[in-house]
Design a binder for this molecule. Structure first.
Ligand SMILES: CC1(C)CO[C@@H](CC(=O)O)CN1
Length: 431
């Protein structure tokens, strides 16, 4: 019978070309979590959590029609999970009309941190702005108080740069120039040279990153006098991949030479303490083994390191389902005091919707992706990782906990000139 089933909708980016097809790994991860929470006797006793999944292809229009199908067909859904930023924006903006909480496991857009537009949105995926306090922490550490910004003209980077600029202002760090480009970075890089930019924060997708790197090589804007911050979630050998296919005029050796020494920041999505048991009883390594098995069953060639899109973010989807189960458990206990149940929820029941909202708002548990907790805007609070390319390979330099302002540093950084590059040309006065 249906009366002991709690239904939620899941919108996963699976097929399609545009954006991020992260549902390929995230849907199997969500299904593992459903299996695990439904096995727990102490969670939602007497109930089963059921996920109704559909493909959005990371396309907002299709995401909207999938949402309508979920909501205009029985059974009533108690919450919606969504993936890409574009789909999450559409679903989260509409969901309030159905009094539904939306939980996004794959949305990084800073625009989503807006309680006016998205009053019921939470995300286990951190906003792209999570990198900014880390970037600034490093500028302070190495005494870089004169920096430049180079960005691709994409919404996610525009709003990230706005956040970075205001944080630089607060920190007394001068932004000497902000250059953006649509697809060809040649002029933007030339302007960086003209302004004697030494420390540059680069914000672009990986295809644009290859064009930038080749331009940096051609214009000799790398080496002992320059510091580059790139985004850390590109694939590890991104700077030598697809050069022919994308018409990059530099050789792999030239790209390696230009890439040597650059720094990256990224949000941690896999708990780094490999032996730490999480709320599910698993360590993150044990989760990885189970996820790899599930993906092999789906036909992915994991043994040859051919991971599906969304592999990096899979813990965010797994932890999203746990967040739902824990929030419903809390809500169920609360409602039972008044002889009510979650089964009474319908899209006009604001009272139960508010109970669910406050339960998810107070989430705090150790998941596969680390501590899961949300800010007042529903943003994921996350640790960040800093790496540097040393002899062609990424080396972890440290981690930063923004909340605690705690930088864990391993003193592994290497500078081409044997010392920390300066943020400006020092004119030595000859007396
Ligand atoms: C780190 C990344 C690749 C950022 O984009 C996210 C997708 C999106 O924001 O639409 C997925 N995770």
């Amino acid at each position: 019978s249906d009366d002991n089933v709690l239904h939620i909708g899941g919108i996963f980016p699976l097929a399609g070309e545009g954006g991020w097809q992260g549902g390929q790994a995230c849907m199997p991860a969500a299904n593992l979590a459903l299996e695990d929470v439904n096995k727990r006797k102490d969670l939602l006793p007497g109930y089963v959590l059921k996920l109704h999944s559909n493909d959005s292809e990371c396309e907002p229009g299709l995401g909207a029609s999938v949402m309508y199908n979920l909501l205009y067909n029985e059974p009533t859904k108690l919450m919606l999970l969504a993936g890409c930023s574009t789909v999450c924006t559409t679903v989260a903006e509409a969901a309030k009309m159905w009094n539904l909480v939306v939980l996004c496991y794959g949305a990084s857009s800073p625009a989503l941190s807006d309680r006016n537009r998205f009053p019921t949105l939470f995300r286990t995926h951190p906003s792209a702005t999570v990198h900014n306090p880390t970037r600034i922490k490093l500028m302070r550490k190495f005494n870089w108080y004169r920096v430049a910004i180079l960005q691709e003209a994409e919404e996610v980077f525009i709003s990230t740069v706005e956040d970075l600029e205001s944080r630089c202002m607060e920190a007394g760090i001068e932004i000497v120039t902000r250059q953006s480009f649509l697809s060809d970075p040649t002029d933007a890089v030339r302007n960086l040279r003209r302004q004697d930019a030494r420390v540059v924060v680069g914000l672009f997708y990986v295809v644009a990153a290859r064009r930038v790197l080749c331009e940096i090589y051609k214009q000799q804007l790398y080496g002992r006098s320059n510091v580059w911050y790139f985004i850390g979630w590109y694939e590890d050998d991104w700077f030598v991949n697809n050069l022919e296919k994308e018409g990059i005029e530099c050789t792999a050796d030239q790209m390696r030479e230009a890439a040597e020494g650059h720094l990256t920041t990224e949000a941690l999505m896999w708990n780094q303490n490999l032996n730490e048991r999480t709320i599910s009883g698993m360590t993150s390594e044990e989760f990885r083994v189970r996820l790899n098995d599930a993906l092999r069953v789906e036909g992915y060639d994991i043994d040859n390191k051919r991971y599906p899109e969304g592999y990096q973010e899979a813990p965010l989807a797994y932890d999203a389902v746990w967040s739902v189960a824990l929030a419903f458990n809390k809500t169920m206990n609360h409602l039972h005091k008044y002889g009510k149940s979650l089964k009474e929820f319908n899209y006009n029941n604001k009272e139960i919707a508010d109970d669910i909202y406050s339960a998810i708002n107070s989430t705090q548990f150790l998941g596969i992706s680390g501590i899961v907790a949300f800010s007042s805007q529903g943003d994921r609070i996350a640790l960040t990782q800093i790496e540097q390319v040393i002899n062609g390979n990424y080396v972890v330099l440290g981690y930063y906990d923004t909340q605690a302002d705690n930088l864990t540093w391993f003193d592994k950084e290497v500078w081409a000139g044997g010392k920390v590059p300066q943020d400006r040309t020092i004119i030595r006065k000859v007396l």
